[in-house]
Design a protein around this ligand. Structure first.
Ligand code: SAM
Ligand code: SF4
Ligand code: F3S
Length: 446
């Protein structure tokens, strides 16, 4: 009987990519992926440490696994990801149900660690920063994943040290993968059926790989992926405003496959707060990037991340954030109340009143959701291009995304998966567009 692994993922897209790699790697030592926790012999929890309660969530999750296996033989329990990196040996001490703790830059050692554990049952913790070895190892693992839209990590870690953020500690220093390793991986993804590649990095636009005196940037990757025939759409995330360099902006003129949707976190509309956050950019620079791209193509839209109630945020700073939102009209953003993270500079600062933060978050979210709904409504009765990602189980419906990453649902047959089709939008809400296939596509599908 084959062994089964159940992987549960929290956090950002980079964790999603890592979980797929972990699953592929475990397959080579006999573990098949399972969608059912109850039948698993191995449980991997890929964790996120970005905001508070992350740690508690992990212990809570492990408690649920323990309950599920109360009358069965215990699975191997592995904590991976950013909480594993931050908490390391503490986790093994606090929760005896955990067997292995492994940080994001040590996944190349996961298989050998599991095999050892199977033999000697010795608990282990691995949290070295071996990013180069990790990618060298993982890029050799065969990938049969056939997702229409695939994540591809090109860059790891961060050297920017924003005062609120744990990423430089949990993911380590900035590292750019070799250019040709990435292109080769993209080609394999295309062979397996991918039509959209989403390039990933905590600072994806800081990508910088040097070889034989040539510097490769994110713009070089985009323009090279452009040449691969099977790729229909290219995206990248998450970028930093300071690294929106001219060569990258020019891609919006030169690439036909780069989507007109820019996720560019600003965090605050106040220069005072940006300085306190150590963000290394000003609001004016952000606005100038926005204006430049809008001039290239006025269909380009922006989304962002906001931190509300950062220590020192006064009413005037908050008003500036509101003004910025009214100016840019972001179409889909994330906003969170500041969360003090252990070990970061901002954790030592005096927090602002929680009640004020909550009120401000409510105002901001109403605004952001308002623009989001308005944008979605603007699609009603129009035809949009949708890349079909999958069939919705048990329904004769398809799921896909438009160029702005909106979810689109419509009736259609399975043979349209992987194709770009025209859909007339009939109904919208905050998160989804509902529509019907254009007559031409219906005919094609028949
Ligand atoms: N590298 C990206 C950038 O510089 O914009 C952000 C990556 S971070 C994984 C994703 C988002 O989490 C950030 O943009 C920020 O809004 C949010 N975040 C990070 N630390 C936070 C904290 N301590 N409290 C609240 N939100 C936080
Ligand atoms: Fe965190 Fe992004 Fe700042 Fe790096 S640039 S410290 S990942 S918020
Ligand atoms: Fe979370 Fe780590 Fe990503 S802290 S947001 S999983 S880089």
């Amino acid at each position: 009987m084959s062994k089964k692994v159940f992987v549960k993922t929290f956090g950002c897209q980079m964790n999603v990519y890592d979980s797929d790699k972990i699953t592929d790697a475990l397959k080579t030592i006999g573990y098949e992926k399972s969608e059912n926790l109850n039948s698993a012999n191995c449980f991997v929890l890929n964790t996120c440490h970005i905001r508070d309660k992350a740690k508690e969530k992990v212990y809570h999750e492990i408690g649920r696994v323990r309950e599920a296996f109360i009358n069965k033989s215990k699975p191997i329990v592995i904590v991976a990801g950013c909480v594993a990196q931050a908490e390391n040996t503490e986790m093994l001490k606090r929760e005896p149900y955990i067997d292995l703790v492994i940080g994001p830059q040590s996944y190349h050692k996961l298989n050998e660690t599991i095999l050892e554990f199977e033999k000697n049952k010795l608990k282990n913790e691995i949290t070295d920063f071996d990013t180069i070895e990790k990618f060298n190892y993982l890029s050799k693992i065969q990938n049969k994943n056939s997702k229409v839209s695939s994540f591809l990590t090109i860059q790891e870690g961060c050297d920017k040290f924003c005062h609120f953020c744990v990423v430089p500690y949990t993911r380590g220093p900035e590292y750019s993968r070799p250019f040709h390793q990435i292109i080769d991986e993209a080609k394999i993804m295309v062979q397996n059926g991918s039509k959209e590649i989403i390039l990933l990095g905590q600072n994806v636009n800081a990508y910088n790989f040097n070889e034989a005196n040539k510097e490769f940037r994110l713009s070089d990757l985009i323009m090279s992926l452009e040449e691969i025939k099977g790729i229909k759409r290219i995206r990248y995330t998450t970028s930093h405003p300071r690294d929106m360099t001219k060569d990258l902006l020019e891609c919006y003129k030169n690439s036909k496959k780069l989507m007109p949707f820019v996720h560019l976190p600003i965090q605050s509309g106040s220069n005072k707060i940006l300085k306190l956050m150590n963000r290394k950019h000003k609001v004016e620079e952000y606005v100038s990037t926005f204006n430049y791209l809008k001039e290239i193509n006025d269909k380009i839209e922006f989304s962002s991340d906001f931190i509300i109630g950062y220590p020192g945020e006064e009413a005037e700073d908050f008003d500036n954030t509101v003004k910025l939102i009214d100016m840019i009209k972001f179409i889909n953003s994330f906003s969170f109340i500041f969360s003090a993270r252990p070990g970061t500079t901002a954790s030592k600062l005096k927090s602002i009143d929680e009640k004020i933060s909550k009120e401000r978050l409510k105002i901001i979210q109403e605004k952001l959701f308002g623009y989001q709904k308005l944008k979605n409504k603007s699609f009603e009765n129009k035809y949009i291009d949708v890349l079909v990602e999958n069939e919705i189980q048990g329904q004769n419906k398809l799921f896909g995304r438009n160029v702005y990453m909106n979810s689109v649902i419509f009736e259609g047959s399975k043979n349209l998966v992987g194709k770009i089709v025209k859909v007339r939008v009939t109904k919208t809400n905050q998160n989804t567009l509902v529509g019907e296939l254009s007559e031409k596509n219906k005919f094609k599908a028949a």
